[in-house]
Design a protein around this ligand. Structure first.
Ligand SMILES: [Zn+2]
Length: 165
């Protein structure tokens, strides 16, 4: 079914090269907590997040969310929210994308940005997703829309004093 084919061309290429993600890990981690994506990149990721949103399984809330996670090697891993009759088992689009990426071999420091798209303006990741993103990099740029314009904040900006072990 074409509608469910949401792996982007770059992601599809990366599926077969999981080892590449591991190899490029050390060299690409950013050290600044400032936003490092430009407007064109933010807009491109938002388009991919909106495309991923179409795959949301949201029969209980009817609230579709999509995410597009950009790895430092250029791969984009998408995700959508997946709901469940037992509401607490629902998973957000952002965590779907992160967990997919981890299953492909990516690790903390491998990610540059994540765009999140929903039908509601001003939507940004929930606290749980912010905590999960922080595990993989406080410098990840989190991109969402506010008044139809891209907004980019670092995870550090969205979740200061996060829980750490
Ligand atoms: Zn969330």
């Amino acid at each position: 079914m074409k509608r469910r084919t949401f792996v982007t061309a770059t992601a599809a290429a990366a599926i077969s090269v999981g080892a590449t993600a591991r190899d490029s890990r050390a060299a690409t981690a950013a050290s600044s907590t400032e936003v490092s994506t430009d407007l064109a990149e933010q807009q491109r990721l938002l388009v991919l997040a909106h495309e991923a949103r179409r795959n949301a399984y949201s029969k209980y809330s009817n609230f579709q969310v999509g995410a597009a996670l950009l790895a430092n090697d250029g791969t984009v891993i998408t995700g959508c929210n997946v709901e469940n009759a037992s509401y607490g088992l629902t998973i957000c689009a952002e965590r779907t994308a992160v967990f997919k990426a981890v299953s492909m071999g990516y690790r903390p420091g491998d990610f540059r940005a994540i765009a999140v798209a929903a039908s509601a303006d001003g939507f940004s990741p929930c606290g749980a997703c912010r905590q999960v993103l922080a595990e993989f990099g406080e410098n990840i740029n989190v991109i969402f829309e506010h008044k139809n314009q891209p907004v980019a904040k670092t995870v550090e900006e969205l979740l200061p004093y996060r829980f750490k072990l």
